[in-house]
Design a protein around this ligand. Structure first.
Ligand SMILES: Nc1ncnc2c1ncn2[C@@H]1O[C@H](COP(=O)(O)OP(=O)(O)O)[C@@H](O)[C@H]1O
Ligand SMILES: [Mg+2]
Length: 278
């Protein structure tokens, strides 16, 4: 579990984070939800130590990170995997080399063969077992995110941070990437933090959701609770999407609620490929 306590951060006297306290639970996809410019990326950078908060503390599984000794901070940093916006792959390295890179940096004691086994395992896990020799310029946006995920989990991360993992992806690919992050989180018991402004992600993978607005936490809960929120700013955020407004209406008017409607088409598409000539 990651505990964030009263984080404050200003730039040139302009307050961006106004005392945020929240927890990110182990083995769950914790979503940091909010509109553009609300301070989500700044908070994430404070948590992983890329930026220093003015006030406040962060604890990783009971160990204080903020202002602690360099070696203790480094030990925590080693356990952090990051999926950057846009993937941030090294253009001059193959998919394989990109995935191997953090192992070379963080675990010099690993032999070349051990690294190869780990890279092959991670690429297979994200569905890219045949893409190791490709260059980033030769693969699609969705594949780049998959490489980013493989690279982030290669050193067996305990904590995984993803900043807008869906940015630049079409809706269908976005869902696949969300699902992959969700599966990996649950499979390996990772404490995952996903920054998003996407309500699809909320519905798909929102085990625990923290809503930020103008540098403050206004709400937290899970995906089943969010549609019934009474917080005006969150309501405005959610229902600015006409699709979500329509979904809420269906939820209220249908027996069994939205879940009953959503389950049906999903089953159909999953089973469709098995039927010949369909
Ligand atoms: N290094 C910086 N220096 C000055 N202002 C910054 C810096 N980083 C972010 N900001 C400002 O902080 C605010 C929140 O930014 P950010 O956390 O990136 O928002 P988002 O919620 O979209 O991720 C924005 O107004 C941004 O301009
Ligand atoms: Mg951002």
């Amino acid at each position: 579990m990651i505990e964030v306590h009263n984080i404050q951060k200003s730039f040139n006297g302009n307050p961006i984070l106004r005392g945020i306290s929240c927890t990110f639970e182990t083995g769950k996809c914790n979503l940091l939800l909010g509109g553009s410019g609300t301070g989500k990326s700044v908070l994430l950078q404070c948590i992983v130590g890329l930026m220093k908060p003015d006030i406040g503390s962060i604890t990783f599984d009971g160990t204080v990170f903020t202002n602690n000794k360099v070696d203790i901070k480094q030990e925590i940093r080693r356990k952090i995997g990051m999926l950057f916006q846009g993937g941030a792959l090294f253009d001059s390295m193959t998919v394989y080399e990109n995935t191997e890179f953090p192992l070379k940096m963080l675990t010099p004691e690993m032999t070349r063969e051990e690294r190869r086994d780990r890279v092959e395992f991670c690429l297979k896990r994200v569905g890219l077992e045949n893409a190791g020799n490709k260059m980033p310029s030769e693969i699609s946006g969705g594949m780049k995110k998959r490489v980013g995920i493989a690279r982030a989990i290669a050193p067996n991360c305990t904590y995984l941070f993803c900043d807008e993992p869906n940015s630049g992806l079409d809706p269908a690919t976005s869902i696949k990437i969300d699902e992959l992050i969700h599966e990996i989180t649950h499979e390996y018991g990772i404490t995952t933090v996903v920054i998003t402004h996407d309500m699809n992600s909320v519905v798909e993978i929102g085990d625990h959701i923290i809503f930020l607005h103008k540098g403050q936490k206004l709400w937290d809960g899970n995906k089943d609770e969010i549609l019934n929120t009474t917080v005006p700013e969150l309501k405005e955020f959610i229902f600015s999407s006409s699709l979500v407004r329509a979904a809420k209406k269906v939820d209220e008017e249908t027996e069994g609620g939205l879940a009953a409607v959503v389950e049906e088409p999903l089953k159909e598409t999953e089973e469709a490929p098995k039927t010949p000539n369909s």
